[in-house]
Design a protein around this ligand. Structure first.
Ligand SMILES: Nc1ncnc2c1ncn2[C@@H]1O[C@H](COP(=O)(O)OP(=O)(O)OP(=O)(O)O)[C@@H](O)[C@H]1O
Ligand SMILES: [Mg+2]
Length: 213
């Protein structure tokens, strides 16, 4: 299944790139088309399709790790800082507490970064417009524990068992691949990911990661 998805996403990308360049060429040669009704929708839809293909391709590759040893605290601090910057213009409140005892980890840096960005993005969607998000990371017995909690909309009991499945989404423009990717990546690292949620109270994702594979 992973191989097929990889192939599909790759094959879809080429014609999509051609369509995008053609649209740009038409705009360049006939600037008046920009005033056509629905014209701008084309670019928005193309961008969305591109995004979906990227997610499909990420999903197909989520179990292959490129391992290195790096400072996990530095990675989390970097993610945390850029996320804080991205919510600075909203009323969503973000705080984090990253233990100084967290140090080197052996794992796939890019993929782990993707996990936390996905979880923070979900938390933001749930917390928007004015709730809170909290990230906490600590280290105990060679295992790192990361919690991402929000006081957002929460997840119903019926939906909760389905959210890690690929293509399951309850959002208007979601692909439903975010958590499936997170799950694959964390499991490939020998870690665990759990969720607790109450509707209108909030959601907490807890991840454990062994320091070394
Ligand atoms: N923090 C959260 N609070 C409330 N609901 C959540 C949260 N995280 C995930 N969900 C629910 O789980 C569903 C699946 O999440 P997932 O990240 O896999 O896909 P998505 O966010 O819908 O789409 P994508 O991440 O691909 O853009 C979401 O549609 C949402 O209903
Ligand atoms: Mg998501």
């Amino acid at each position: 299944m992973e191989y097929l998805l990889h192939k599909f996403s790759h094959e879809l990308r080429n014609p999509l790139t051609t369509v995008s360049s053609t649209i740009q060429l038409i705009e360049l040669q006939h600037p008046e088309v920009k005033d056509f009704k629905y014209w701008s929708n084309i670019s928005v839809d193309l961008e969305y399709m591109n995004q979906l293909i990227t997610e499909l391709s990420d999903f197909s590759k989520s179990e292959q790790l490129h391992i290195s040893t790096f400072s996990f605290r530095a990675l989390l601090e970097h993610i945390s800082l850029s996320f804080a910057a991205s919510v600075a213009n909203s009323k969503v409140e973000y705080t984090s507490k990253i233990s100084p005892s967290i140090n080197q980890i052996t794992g796939d840096k890019t993929k782990l970064q993707e996990v936390f960005l996905n979880l923070l993005k979900n938390a933001f969607d749930a917390a928007y417009p004015d709730k809170t998000i909290y990230l906490e990371a600590s280290c105990k017995h060679q295992t790192i524990c990361i919690r991402i909690a929000d006081t957002g909309c929460g997840i119903t009991k019926e939906q909760l068992p389905t959210i890690f499945e690929p293509f399951v989404t309850y959002k208007k423009n979601g692909s439903g691949l975010g958590l499936a990717i997170c799950n694959n990546i964390i499991r490939a690292h020998g870690g665990t990911i759990h969720v607790e949620s109450t509707v209108n109270v909030g959601t907490t994702f807890t991840i454990t990661l062994p320091l070394h594979q």
